[in-house]
Design a protein around this ligand. Structure first.
Ligand code: FES
Ligand code: FES
Length: 161
């Protein structure tokens, strides 16, 4: 069964005709060509597909596309500001060494965004909990946690645009 869905995507009202079995991840990558959101496990285990739906981080590989009707979706592409200025969290990951191969990075950054929107000054424990659904094969997490702490500082001095 196909249905037209309407939702907000990175600040724009959009619509798409989708099949009932499609997940949000498929629609974002295949129909909107937003390939920043990655497919890792496809089973809700790795967090590579994390996006925000109404401000909450969700695994888009398990999120039925039909369910975004009327909601607001933000992907990694939606964090970049005017003039392609990196969001402070993106900048912090670049400067803090929180990126190696980069496969986990979009999901990690979207979980960080959800965390810092809710808790602007998280403890290390809160950071670990905030990214507990995101797996990284490369960094050992130390640089990622440092990058998130750096993001907290940058968000104070360079608020998002
Ligand atoms: S691809 Fe969605 S959780 Fe791994
Ligand atoms: S940087 Fe490679 S998986 Fe995280």
């Amino acid at each position: 069964m196909k249905k037209e869905i309407h939702f907000e995507l990175n600040g724009y009202e959009v619509s798409a005709e989708v099949e009932s079995h499609k997940m949000l991840l498929n629609v974002l990558r295949e129909q909107f060509h937003l390939t920043g959101t990655k497919e890792g496990c496809g089973q809700g285990e790795c967090g590579a597909c994390t996006v925000l739906v109404d401000g909450l981080n969700v695994d888009s590989c398990l999120y039925p596309a039909f369910e975004v009707e009327g909601k607001s979706v933000t992907t990694i592409e939606g964090l970049v500001g005017e003039g392609n200025v990196l969001h402070p969290i993106q900048k912090a990951f670049v400067e803090g060494g929180g990126i190696q191969c980069g496969f986990c990075t979009p999901g990690m950054i979207m979980s960080t965004k959800a965390l810092l929107d809710e808790t602007p000054h998280p403890s290390e424990e809160q950071i670990k909990k905030g990214i507990s659904g995101n797996l990284c094969r490369c960094t050992g997490y130390v640089q990622i946690i440092e990058s998130i702490e750096k993001a907290v500082d940058l968000m104070e001095t360079e608020p998002e645009k």
